[in-house]
Design a protein around this ligand. Structure first.
Ligand code: AMP
Length: 279
């Protein structure tokens, strides 16, 4: 695995590789790697000649200073995991390489994606995500970009970013959500859970499954209310638990629409999200 810390050096290297006919797959991450990240690395390795993983805890996407300060950093273990997966390139830039003085902040028109769910509860978050992904894509210029369905709304935001920036050739590949045996979606933030909170955390997936599994028996409004109550009984403060149109994330208008249940809830200041498509 080759380690790059400088954007220009990585760009130059990848430019040569593309000229030599190699395809490049890219997996952007914020580190504290787990099997969810590694599934994306594996998918990229299968579909690309060269796989680039970036680890960068992007300050501009945190709307909560404490969340940023407490974001887990496990860089040595991350490097070992990437070596085990035979990842080709690790990009580990300092903030100054991603946001040099010449960097100009853009505003991305994300439409209603920015005003619902994560957009509503984390003002500015998706602008920060677009800012960093746009910059990383300028540096890496991959053929394929690999992201996790765990961050469902983020995948939709990135699809929109690719449209807005005219990246028609770049393929966005979405990997399925990797979970622990008890259903808890793998997340770097799970590292912050103590033993008791870890026991409570699968309640998120249970609540989503409760709605999905009972959809034919009761109306969705009733089910989501009950699911929220289940989470609160486990000690969560619920930001939202809802079922909406899986293509737009707007409220449902009819029975026939594709549906997805999504949840965001906090336990002792640790905010977790999850989702479960219905079909
Ligand atoms: P992060 O390090 O949290 O920014 O995540 C980096 C990438 O890994 C994003 O595309 C996430 O959606 C993806 N990811 C995070 N958790 C999981 C998971 N449990 N299963 C699959 N992909 C995931």
């Amino acid at each position: 695995m080759i380690l790059f810390k400088e954007a220009a050096a990585l760009s130059q290297y990848l430019h040569q590789q593309r000229i030599a006919g190699k395809t490049v797959g890219f997996v952007p991450t914020m580190g504290a790697l787990h099997a969810g990240h590694l599934s994306l690395i594996r998918q990229s390795k299968q579909e690309s000649d060269l796989t680039v993983c970036s680890i960068f805890v992007n300050p501009t996407q945190f709307n909560n200073a404490s969340d940023f300060q407490h974001y887990p950093v496990t860089i040595e273990k991350d490097m070992e995991l990437l070596l085990t997966e035979n990842c080709d390139i690790l990009f580990l830039p300092p903030v100054s390489e991603i946001y040099p003085p010449s960097h100009v902040k853009e505003q991305f028109d994300l439409g209603t994606l920015e005003t619902v769910l994560e957009g509503a509860f984390r003002p500015g978050h998706f602008q920060g995500v677009c800012e960093v992904v746009n910059r990383l894509l300028q540096i890496v210029e991959p053929h394929r970009l690999f992201m996790g369905q765990k961050d469902y709304q983020q995948c939709m935001v990135i699809r929109r970013l690719l449209e807005l920036t005219g990246r028609k050739e770049l393929e966005l590949r979405i990997g399925s959500t990797q979970r622990d045996g008890d259903g808890l979606a793998l997340s770097s933030r799970n590292l912050r859970l103590n033993a008791e909170e870890r026991q409570q955390a699968p309640a998120l997936f249970k609540a989503l499954s409760y709605i999905k599994n009972n959809q034919s028996k009761a109306d969705l409004a009733k089910l989501t209310k009950e699911a929220a109550a289940q989470l609160e009984a486990e000690g969560f403060v619920v930001d939202y638990i809802t079922v909406c149109n899986a293509l737009t994330l707007q409220p449902l208008q009819s029975e026939a629409e594709p549906k997805i249940a999504l949840v965001a809830a906090t336990i002792n200041n640790i905010r977790l999200i999850d989702n479960l498509p219905f079909n």
